[in-house]
Design a protein around this ligand. Structure first.
Ligand code: AMP
Ligand code: GLY
Length: 426
């Protein structure tokens, strides 16, 4: 199989690393990729939202499978573009069409979908920009903390959680006045749920699905979950409290109704679904859907997937996913993200990165890196994720942090408490 993988982060390096382990792989291209993907595949400089460019490349290189890492091209309709173009009909796209990507692209749609299909989620109401007064009145009737969500994509910045009523009112006004342009012309206000978060992932051909490992990510920049939100500072898989009983509940109450619900709506979904969940006293609720894998969750999920991922992609291409096996490594995988000093605010780029000899239980997945003058340099806020295996969270993190020390660049920062909460709660 010849593949093109779109994206440039740690998620894409982890996917590329896994794809390269398949005996069925003939050639892997990554666009735009990073320094890490250039070591194992061929990077192609391309604007991944320029569908003509991506399409022409796929025709020219006779690509069989297009794997879409990030959400933006999916929400913009890259799968639809391929389906509607006779020259690209034979390319299998891993990722939903626009009508399915809307699960992530519109929180208002996702809430209505869950309500209709009786999928547990926080109670909510949506307001558009003509309904500012109604939104403020709704907040007044509620008790805090108040959860406000911009309807559309806002690069992970569209959720406001505010305890103070007046501040929440101000925030809702700013959102509805177009803080995120079209993305916040509608705002979802939902009840605050108290619980512990975990994410689950499936790959689906629209009828059948296969469960991937559970993961927990650490979104705040500071230790003890403090400071600004980031793309993710680390992750652990599996999550100990998500035991068989909990996973059964998620499958029966959330995953199966979601896959069936999509079909009932006439939405032909293929690709990954990421369920952001919260366990409230052992019962799962959906916080959000994503139409792709998570970053840095992928950096712990791919290392635990023992099965050939191209078999799963072929299962989607031929509607035979139900016949494919998903075998999971029983070890724990933990990942710690090394970030540029200052991230998620202003930071400097192009710091030279030195990667020492990592031990055999560890792998470095590049995120914001490029090659300049034959040297690997930083090129983003999240620079590199170090993933390590262990027989449990404690041992995997011990190995991970020892290897984190072997990677150096100026102003390197990382959280030292990834997974700690899961160890004490065991
Ligand atoms: P999202 O961008 O939807 O993942 O939301 C960002 C974060 O806000 C989540 O990871 C949760 O920690 C938190 N959050 C979102 N919705 C709720 C809710 N209804 N109750 C409590 N926390 C929430
Ligand atoms: N780590 C969260 C996300 O990928 O959305």
């Amino acid at each position: 199989m010849k593949l093109l993988l779109l994206g440039a982060g740690g998620r894409e390096h982890a996917l590329a690393w896994k794809i390269c382990k398949s005996s069925q792989l003939e050639k892997l291209y990554v666009s735009p990729g990073n320094a890490g993907t250039s070591e194992i595949a061929e990077n192609i400089a391309m604007d991944i939202n320029d569908f003509d460019a991506v399409g022409n490349f796929c025709v020219q290189k006779k690509i069989d499978v297009l794997v879409v890492g990030p959400e933006q091209p999916l929400v913009n309709g890259i799968h639809d573009y391929f389906e509607n173009n006779p020259r690209l009909k034979n390319v299998t796209v891993i990722g939903p069409k626009k009508e399915g990507a809307i699960l992530e692209g519109s929180k208002d749609f996702a809430k209505k979908f869950m309500k209709k299909h009786r999928i547990p989620t926080a109670k909510s109401k949506s307001f558009n920009k003509q309904q500012v007064i109604e939104a403020l009145e709704y907040l007044e009737q509620k008790e805090g903390p108040y959860v406000l969500k911009a309807d559309g994509l806002a690069a992970g910045k569209g959720v406001v959680i505010e305890s103070d009523l007046n501040k929440a009112k101000k925030a809702v006004k700013i959102l509805l006045e177009g803080q995120f342009g079209k993305s916040s012309e509608t705002v979802v206000i939902e009840d605050f749920l108290v619980g512990v978060e975990v994410s689950m992932f499936i790959i689906t051909d629209g009828v059948n699905y296969k469960l991937l490992p559970t993961a927990k990510d650490y979104k705040r920049v500071g230790e003890g979950d403090t400071g600004l939100n980031t793309g993710g500072m680390g992750a652990v898989s599996p999550v100990p409290f998500a035991n068989r009983e909990f996973i059964d509940k998620v499958e029966n109450q959330i995953i199966i109704p979601t896959v069936k619900g999509l079909r009932k709506e006439g939405i032909d979904y293929s690709g990954f679904i990421f369920f952001g969940l919260i366990s409230v006293k052992g019962d799962p609720y959906v916080i959000e859907y994503n139409c792709r894998l998570g970053d840095p969750e992928t950096e712990v999920i791919m290392p635990r997937l023992k099965s050939d991922i191209l078999e799963l992609f072929d299962g989607i291409a031929t509607n035979t996913l139900s016949e494919r096996d998903v075998e999971i490594d029983l070890r724990t995988a933990s990942t710690v993200m090394l970030v540029s000093g200052g991230y998620p605010e202003k930071y400097e780029k192009y710091k030279e990165i030195n990667i020492g000899d990592l031990d055999e239980k560890s792998v470095a997945f590049h995120a914001g890196t490029i090659i300049k003058n034959n040297k690997i340099v930083s090129n983003g806020g999240r620079v590199m994720a170090v993933t390590s295996y262990g027989k449990n969270i404690e041992t995997s993190l011990k190995v991970c942090y020892a290897n984190v020390e072997k990677i150096t660049f100026e102003k390197k920062q990382f959280r030292k408490d990834i997974g700690k909460d899961l160890i004490t709660k065991k």
